[in-house]
Design a protein around this ligand. Structure first.
Ligand SMILES: [Fe+2]
Length: 409
């Protein structure tokens, strides 16, 4: 599912793949809010799409490892709380999967970004942190996984609406990336907006995903919002066998397995887009990925950088940020959201701090929709709605973005 938001210039939604209801836009140009109001048009579900999502295989050149040694791969940009700071993330070293995995030492490779407003010289330098994560299944016949070294570096002091060049890696071992670039978002203000924001959910890594990402890339967004369900690595066994229907195909597994290399494949495939266009992700049900020790969401929380601390959240599952005159609130639907939970209290604090004179638009995003008439996932998020709906209404949230109710990736 994907649609576009172009604030100030439009409140129309162009949809592809599986969207149920959308505002019809002129084929030649995206209308502005001044052309509205528009009557919503319901588009019947195209049943021919069902069952046609085929994953990219691990032999596809777009998901193969193309770097050597500890050279950076899976490079991405994400936002901090405002235009003046972004996160750069990447992976070095090779993952291992099997029975005798030996986690890499995350401190063995430095986390350094050189950046600046011109390619040569890159005048600024920032140091970040690194980690590895494990996905462990202590059951006979199942394989364990340990990731490459994941690096996150925060750049600060950036100017608004400005092109920056950067390289990441470890210069001490001659393992720096090529030069990439990104553009910072505009400053916050009532007349200051990104031109185009892509919103996508339930993305996966199928041939349909490649069409979605090609379309998205051609439209040159300033920002990508991914509203959960990222790689669908949990439709696989640890031996790499996949199925459209995990529960039907693998009824006897002792734990719901995953095949974590799908995350690496996804990071490689997405690099060409998200090394230049910031992406902001919030978790979906496919990111739960339970493993030994009752751990959940480990790949999600490890692989992406989130502006949690910067937005005074104590969790990777909910956070907020500004994109020009828009305040985005990303919420977690698979952790506690009741009125006594930390997430709810954080949401109250965050909403109370929003200055609508600087960010007139207030947008909230989470994975499973509160309102859907489609039979799949019907009222799954009703408890969350009961807890949080009144609070969001009381602060006048303008737009809610969800994913989850989809049949194709
Ligand atoms: Fe979902």
């Amino acid at each position: 599912m994907m649609f576009w938001l172009s604030f100030l210039f439009l409140l129309s939604i162009i949809a592809i793949n599986d969207v149920v209801a959308l505002v019809v836009a002129d084929a030649k140009r995206i209308p502005s809010t001044l052309d509205g109001p528009f009557d919503p048009v319901t588009v019947p579900y195209d049943v021919s799409l069902r069952g046609n999502a085929v994953d990219l295989p691990d032999t596809d050149p777009r998901v193969r490892r193309r770097v050597k040694g500890f050279e950076p791969e899976q490079i991405s940009v994400s936002l901090s709380v405002s235009y003046d700071s972004v996160w750069i993330s990447w992976v070095t070293g090779e993952f291992q999967i099997g029975n005798n995995i030996k986690p890499l030492n995350p401190n063995a490779v430095a986390s350094l970004v050189r950046y600046g407003r011109s390619r040569f010289p890159l005048t600024h330098e920032a140091i970040g942190y690194s980690l590895v994560y494990n996905q462990l299944y202590p059951f006979e016949g199942l394989k364990n996984y340990t990731s490459g070294i994941i690096h996150h570096v925060r750049l600060t002091g950036l100017k608004p609406s400005t092109l920056y060049y950067y390289r990441c890696g470890d210069p001490s071992i001659s393992a720096m990336s090529d030069i990439y670039h990104f553009r910072t978002l505009p400053t916050s203000g009532p007349r200051s907006y990104p031109k185009r924001i892509a919103v996508v959910g339930d993305l996966g890594l199928t041939y349909n995903t490649t069409d979605t990402i090609s379309h998205l890339t051609r439209n040159n967004p300033d920002l990508v919002i991914l509203v959960g369900d990222v790689t669908y690595a949990n439709l696989y066994l640890t031996n790499g066998t996949g199925s459209d229907c995990y529960d039907c195909s693998f009824p006897d597994t002792p734990i719901h397995e995953t095949y974590q290399p799908r995350w690496d494949y996804w990071g490689r495939f997405m690099q060409s887009l998200i090394s230049k266009t910031p992406i902001m992700v919030v978790e979906g049900n496919h990111e739960i990925e339970e493993q030994a020790g009752n751990q959940r969401f480990v790949a999600y929380s490890s692989r992406f950088a989130f502006p949690s601390k910067e937005s005074e959240s104590s969790s990777t599952f909910y956070y907020s940020f500004n994109a020009g005159g828009i305040h985005f609130i990303m919420l977690g639907a698979y952790i506690a959201y009741n009125k006594s939970a930390e997430q709810y209290k954080w949401l109250e604090r965050d909403l109370a701090k929003v200055d609508r004179s600087m960010t007139p638009w207030l947008v909230a995003a989470w994975h499973p929709p509160w309102y859907s008439s489609y039979k799949a996932h019907y009222k799954e998020a009703e408890c969350m709605r009961v807890e949080m709906e009144e609070l969001l209404y009381s602060y006048g949230v303008d737009i809610v973005l969800n994913g989850h109710v989809s049949d194709e990736n």
